[in-house]
Design a protein around this ligand. Structure first.
Ligand code: MN
Length: 206
């Protein structure tokens, strides 16, 4: 997809999100990040690095270690790699306005050829993150339930049955709700915003 849609949706004079650019050089290991995003509705943005961008899905309930939990994952626009280190506040009125937390991050490894898997809309992979581990699947659904218009971007994210799988119990989003980068809660990130912006202003003033 590239970053055109990402850029079109945002005004970089008004949001602290990175503008970013597609990465051309090959990197060792592919990154993944899950950002907890308190926008109009709380959701988890699940992002996998591939071909210089972060492929992205919005997962309303967040990932689950229970293989029986098939989580709705709506594919969204590709994001720049730099987005994977963004934690902060998107101003009200801007696209996706609200607090963004780095909920988990690490590396991912496709089980097969990732590009072929994506073309077949059936991506099998392992995650090595701080919170998320083991085998996972992203599978595109075939229309119906969520309407024809959205059918092409409606996927399900679920855990594979392996040593990391866990049926029942408290969901990982509740067991480990805070930032993997800073240990902060959503509220702490939201209230730190004023401080960060003030420090930038005071640099200019001094
Ligand atoms: Mn989001």
């Amino acid at each position: 997809m590239g970053l055109q849609t990402y850029w079109t949706k945002r005004d970089f004079k008004k949001t602290p999100e990175p503008r970013g650019s597609p990465r051309k050089r090959a990197r060792t290991g592919w990154s993944f990040v899950v950002q907890k995003h308190a926008a109009s509705h709380l959701h988890y943005d699940f992002r996998l690095e591939l071909d210089g961008v972060l492929l992205s899905w919005a997962v309303p309930k967040g990932p689950s270690f229970d293989p029986a939990d098939k989580r709705l994952a709506m594919q969204t626009e590709d994001h720049p790699i730099e987005y994977g280190s963004f934690e902060g506040v998107i101003p009200k009125g801007q696209y996706g306005g609200g607090t963004v937390m780095l909920w988990d991050r690490g590396t991912w490894t496709p089980a097969r050829d990732a590009r072929k898997d994506l073309a077949r809309a059936r991506l099998k992979f392992t995650l090595d993150g701080n919170k998320l581990k083991g085998g996972w699947m992203l599978v595109r659904t075939r229309g119906g339930k969520y309407g024809e218009k959205k059918a092409d971007r409606t996927w399900l994210l679920f855990k594979e049955n392996d040593a990391y799988a866990k049926a029942g119990g408290r969901p990982i989003v509740d067991v480990a709700p805070d930032s993997v980068a800073s240990g902060r809660t959503l509220d702490a990130i939201a209230s730190a915003r004023a401080h960060v912006w003030q420090s930038k202003l005071s640099v200019k003033q001094n």
